[in-house]
Design a protein. Structure first.
Length: 683
């Protein structure tokens, strides 16, 4: 939607988030050849070798490329066979490598990756099952090669060099399966520096444990062929094993024969029984939990039962077991799980929140709080504000409780709790706050409310930087709910902020947070920027606080006339009890026309009869022989108009004497006043 609009910044932001989402979860094609292989590294990202790169969405291939795939696979097999027979520099090896390199380059030069994998008895290239019925011998040879090398897939990326290809083929040709242990191909890629070749090893190599259907099938064909004969019997038997394996719980242990398979199946059943009865849980059980909950075939009821087993009688389990439960949940609550199974998040976080409320072991409590905090961050980034609030509220309460408990033997680090929003999440939240969609806006408000004092920095930035009055008013209301902490911080920003625009924005909403502002307003009322002074007096007028009268009186006598005029105008609007006395005093003492005009206007707005005679004195024209300076005509006109705002018979009596005044404005005011009085009398 945003890519079709003129909002390029938002389009880029949402595009980045979508790409990050795509990089971290499977799509349909990737799921088709999912191996269950554990990710390398710490899973936190940071480099091209990072595990996240293993989950990138594969590139689609055009028809020409698909048609040439048998040739590419055939060239790869030829190069491997030639590497067994020939030395690296032989002509035969050079020719074989040249043919393979040319074939692969036809794909890579289109700036797409070539991802070759196998699933049971089929070859998949970039996620698509390739029809190679006319090349059965090639397929069979390729599958045998992959099984011998214990590889699940091979990926070539643009930038592939001849040296990388030669090193890989030499390794393929000379390595024996006895040397292949867990993590072998990962070490080969690192040691031989193959940045454009990605080799994924079958999970379970180097040990008997196999956790996915396809891995079990991949280890069985040679044995099955011995037992039931060649294809098509092999194909039938393989499908039978696949069907039977799908019926087994995820996480079962496969081995070389059915007798051992049955033994491990019984062991798995025992583990589950132990968990259900609340007996001590085992490491194997927790490994099976992760496998079962990430199984695409698992449903919500199964997930509920599995998680219930994990947390059964939790508070009476040993610390190592409780820690294992938290670590298992930590492995599940990643961004991929959150986006693919959002309806299951509560199944995991609800018991974690119970642990948060009751756990007494400081280390386990810290890990639980940290996990929940990271989950909140992910939920916010993906816009699931409802789930985030459900976690945030009890998380804040627990944090506040711990702060009050001074006798804690181990003081928890503040960092384990949620401590703020990332910049991108803040920007998305701002968009939702500004949205015309009421539900989106309400969810964003609830989230900020749930953050409590953690939202303070963001809310103040909203007040200072956002132009929209609605979003700043929302921020003001939320700040008002945060009490003294928000008040102190916002008042400090009002004084210290260097930008006049931002000070104005604060002045426009700060009365929704606090009204104890006399000290700060005494500072801003003399600001060198007119806009800030204007916003200050407008705020004073909204507050209508008698305690601010003295500030206005002081400003009314200010040497800077513009400040004095604004203060006098505010006195006229607020109408404090002492205003008339102050304004009459100014009429008698001040000389500047602008200040006198402001006093007349303020007295007219107040409309107190005690100001009639002082205003009448202002209207008296100076005679030629008078020692006093002639009165500014604008001041006399202002006094005349002010008189008309006071409902008293004496006003018409005074104005009647000015029906023939030399000033046309005063004559008109007098005529209007007399005519109005006559009309009223006639009626």
């Amino acid at each position: 939607h945003y890519q079709r609009s003129t909002n390029e910044e938002k389009a880029q932001l949402y595009g980045d988030l979508q790409q990050a989402h795509n990089d971290k979860i499977f799509d349909v094609e990737e799921a088709a050849h999912y191996t269950g292989e554990k990710l390398s590294g710490d899973g936190k990202g940071g480099g091209p070798e990072d595990s996240i790169s293993q989950l990138r969405i594969v590139d689609s291939l055009d028809w020409d490329t698909l048609a040439n795939l048998p040739e590419i696979i055939g060239a790869l097999l030829t190069a491997v066979e030639e590497s067994k027979r020939s030395s690296p520099g032989s002509q035969a090896m050079i020719d074989a490598m040249g043919h393979l390199g040319t074939s692969i380059d036809q794909v890579l030069r289109k700036n797409i990756r070539l991802h070759i994998t196998y699933l049971a008895d089929s070859v998949l290239v970039n996620g698509e099952r390739v029809d190679m019925t006319q090349h059965e011998s090639t397929v069979t040879a390729f599958l045998q090669l992959m099984r011998r090398l214990q590889l699940r897939s091979i990926t070539f990326s643009p930038g592939l060099t001849e040296q990388e290809l030669s090193l890989m083929m030499e390794t393929f040709g000379r390595i024996s399966d006895e040397k292949i242990g867990t993590g072998f191909w990962q070490h080969v890629s690192a040691e031989q520096d193959l940045p454009h070749v990605e080799l994924k090893q079958q999970r379970g190599t180097g040990g008997p444990r196999v956790s996915s259907t396809t891995e079990y099938i991949s280890t069985a064909p040679e044995k099955l062929q011995t037992e039931v004969g060649p294809s098509p019997e092999l194909e039938t038997a393989t499908k039978t094993f696949a069907h039977r394996d799908l019926e087994e719980p995820a996480g079962r242990i496969a081995s070389e024969d059915d007798r051992e398979l049955n033994t491990t199946r019984q062991a798995s059943d025992t583990i589950l029984k132990v968990a259900a009865e609340g007996v001590e849980l085992t490491h194997e059980f927790f490994e099976s939990v992760a496998d079962r909950l990430t199984d695409p075939m698992a449903d919500e009821e199964q997930a509920r039962q599995i998680i219930g087993q994990c947390f059964h009688d939790f508070e009476h389990q040993t610390p190592p077991i409780r820690t294992e439960v938290i670590h298992t949940c930590d492995g599940l609550l990643d961004e991929g799980f959150i986006t693919s199974r959002p309806q299951w998040i509560g199944l995991i976080t609800d018991p974690l929140l119970s642990v948060l409320a009751k756990e007494e072991d400081s280390r386990i409590l810290a890990e639980t709080a940290s996990l929940l905090s990271r989950t909140v961050t992910s939920l916010i980034q993906f816009g699931d504000y409802g789930q985030a609030v459900r976690i945030l509220v009890p998380l804040r309460k627990r944090q506040q409780q711990l702060r009050k408990e001074r006798d804690q033997p181990v003081q928890l680090e503040e960092g384990i709790f949620f401590h703020g929003l990332e910049p991108k999440a803040q920007q998305l939240l701002l968009e939702d706050l500004s949205s015309q969609d009421t539900s989106r806006m309400q969810e964003a408000v609830q989230l900020l409310d749930g953050l409590g004092s953690l939202a303070l920095p963001m809310l103040i930035e909203i007040v200072k930087r956002e132009d929209g009055p609605r979003i700043r008013q929302i921020a003001s209301q939320l700040l008002g709910k945060l009490g003294r902490e928000a008040s102190v911080l916002l008042r400090r920003e009002l004084v210290l902020e260097s930008s006049p625009e931002q000070r104005v924005r604060i002045l426009e909403i700060i009365d929704g947070v606090t009204q104890d502002l006399k000290k700060e307003l005494a500072y801003t009322v003399e600001d060198k920027h007119f806009s800030v002074r204007q916003a200050t007096f407008q705020l004073i007028e909204r507050l209508k606080d008698e305690n601010l009268t003295s500030l206005l009186v002081d400003c009314a006598h200010h040497k800077e006339v513009t400040i004095a005029v604004a203060a006098i105008a505010s006195l006229g609007k607020i109408k404090p009890t002492t205003a008339v006395e102050v304004l009459i005093s100014l009429l008698d003492s001040c000389k500047e026309s602008e200040r006198l005009i402001a006093c007349c206007q303020a007295l007219g707005r107040i409309g107190d009869p005690t100001s009639i005679e002082p205003l009448a004195q202002i209207m008296i024209p100076r005679r030629f022989f008078s020692l006093r300076k002639k009165r500014d005509p604008r001041v006399r006109a202002s006094a005349a108009f002010a008189l008309t705002q006071i409902a008293h018979p004496r006003v018409v009596e005074i104005l009647t004497t000015y029906l023939e005044d030399s000033d046309s404005r005063i004559r008109q005011i007098a005529h209007d006043a007399v005519s109005s009085e006559n009309s009223s009398s006639h009626i």
